[in-house]
Design a protein around this ligand. Structure first.
Ligand code: ATP
Ligand code: MG
Length: 457
């Protein structure tokens, strides 16, 4: 018999948050079996922390509904319930408990979804999962792990292996192509050889997956521990050209002044630096580190392969397109655009007008801009003078921000001076704001005097 059911007693019990234990005992009280499964078991066995807990059970959806009347139903047809818990995550943070009936997936359509499911036992449930290390069940009552697919051995040897015939599994659900790359790098594993060549041979199918799902997988990869290695693997396995052709073409362009002349290698360098310098980084920063050079191939082509003039605007346009294509929110896209376009501005900090610097510093994205500039500076020439200066000015700003110009002088005040409302008002108010940001004006009297002197004939 292939892969006989294997129960393995483990030395240390898996610590389960209270809400997970309660969920399991409710199932037990109602006479059903409940195992912890998936990422949380894998992470426990690897000594890593987990946020979400998945429970698999032989209770059918109707029965689950009775046992957990307050749960969110995410897919009754699939037998999946979600129980939000404010305290299930690491250190008592919010997380989710998902309870699902053991099932096998029926035939898949569109390389995305099964046409339906059939409720079954744990062995079938293990086989429908993606990778062997994601298919381990833990039974807290006996402190044993049920391994139907060789996941324990793969955990030991740090191997990410598709369950069953890899190419077939990627054809069923093409998102697994990206998950393979993400888990390999998130866990620090090797991608098993047959699984790896199947990713490469099926890479094109990633085009069947919705932009939102691609974006979310990519985001987790980019916010993970080794984004540069993950992105390099995406390219080696022919996925990157389908997902982000704008990044793939960087391989063809050289910038002789960089430590890494090739823009693709330079980008990987920036990604790696940005990750090590900012272990926790925002979504826009994680993406901007990948996209900050994408304007250059466009500028290079436009100039007849002579220069990169205008590449910052090209980068902004390209980032906008990517944001739309991958269905980022408008806010996230805007922030991404600012980061890829403006991080170079920080090279000018020593020559910048004080008011311009203050306007930049007060933006909520400034910390991300600083972080991106720092990584790019390390990879470009190692000169951190601009970064250090901008950072110290930012710290000063946080300690004592300049006064709010809008509180010192308003349009009302201009009307009282006898000025006619119109487009000139914003010009005057902006000019006053410059003075306020440079601490040359601090009171209303000074502001009125300034307006009278400069704008009233
Ligand atoms: P993490 O949440 O840390 O990224 P995870 O293993 O918990 O990792 P989830 O996406 O939360 O991953 O999915 C939970 C489990 O559901 C997985 O461990 C796996 O067994 C199964 N699973 C999820 N997505 C798929 C898929 N596309 N194909 C097959 N099985 C999947
Ligand atoms: Mg999970």
């Amino acid at each position: 018999m292939e892969n006989p059911l294997k129960w393995i007693r483990i030395e240390r019990a898996m610590p389960l948050p209270g809400p997970v234990r309660e969920t399991l005992s409710k199932l037990d009280d109602a006479g059903f079996v409940g195992f912890v499964v998936g990422g949380s078991v894998r992470d426990f066995l690897l000594g890593r922390t987990t946020k979400d807990f998945d429970i698999a059970t032989n209770a059918k959806p109707d029965e689950l509904e009775k046992i957990f009347p307050n749960a969110l139903e995410v897919g009754k047809a699939f037998g999946v319930l979600k129980i939000p818990s404010p305290t299930v995550g690491p250190g008592g943070t919010p997380g989710l408990i998902e309870v699902a009936t053991f099932r096998e997936d029926l035939e898949y359509k569109d390389h995305r979804h099964p046409v339906g499911v059939k409720f079954s036992g744990p062995e079938e449930d293990a086989r429908r999962r993606d990778f062997t290390v994601n298919a381990l069940f833990y039974d807290p009552k006996t402190q044993r792990v049920l391994d139907c697919v060789g996941g324990m051995q793969d955990l030991q040897s740090k191997t990410l292996r598709a369950i069953g015939e890899p190419a077939l599994r990627f054809r069923e659900d093409a998102l697994r192509l990206l998950r393979a790359v993400r888990f390999t790098h998130a866990l620090g594993f090797q991608l098993e050889e047959k699984t790896r060549s199947a990713v490469k041979s099926q890479a094109r199918l990633i085009t069947k997956i919705s932009p939102e799902r691609i974006r979310d997988e990519m985001t987790r990869m980019l916010q993970g521990p080794s984004p540069a290695a993950a992105v390099r693997m995406l390219s080696e396995l022919d996925l990157l050209g389908f997902v982000l052709p704008e990044v793939e073409v960087l391989q063809k362009i050289e910038q002789p002044t960089y430590v890494q002349r090739n823009l693709w290698l330079h980008t990987l360098h920036v990604l790696e630096l940005c990750a090590s310098q900012n272990p926790k980084r925002s979504i826009p920063l994680a993406w901007a580190a990948l996209l900050q050079e994408i304007g250059k191939p466009i500028a290079w082509r436009r100039s007849g392969e002579k220069s990169f003039v205008g590449h910052d605007r090209d980068a902004a346009t390209a980032a906008d397109k990517i944001g739309e294509r991958l269905r980022f929110s408008r806010d996230e896209t805007d922030r991404l655009i600012v980061l890829v376009r403006d991080h170079l501005k920080l090279r000018e900090v020593f020559n910048m007008r004080e008011a311009t610097l203050q306007r930049l510093i007060r933006e909520p994205f400034f910390e991300d801009l600083l972080a991106l500039h720092r990584a790019a500076a390390t990879a470009t020439d190692g000169n951190h003078a601009c970064w250090e200066f901008a950072r110290s000015r930012h710290q000063e700003f946080l300690k004592s921000p300049p006064p709010d110009a809008a509180k010192i002088l308003t349009g009302e005040d201009l009307i009282h001076l006898g000025l006619q409302p119109g487009p000139r008002f914003s010009e005057i108010l902006r000019s006053v704001e410059d003075q306020v940001l440079e601490l040359k004006i601090t009171t209303k009297e000074q502001a009125l005097e300034y307006v009278l002197r400069h704008f009233v004939k």
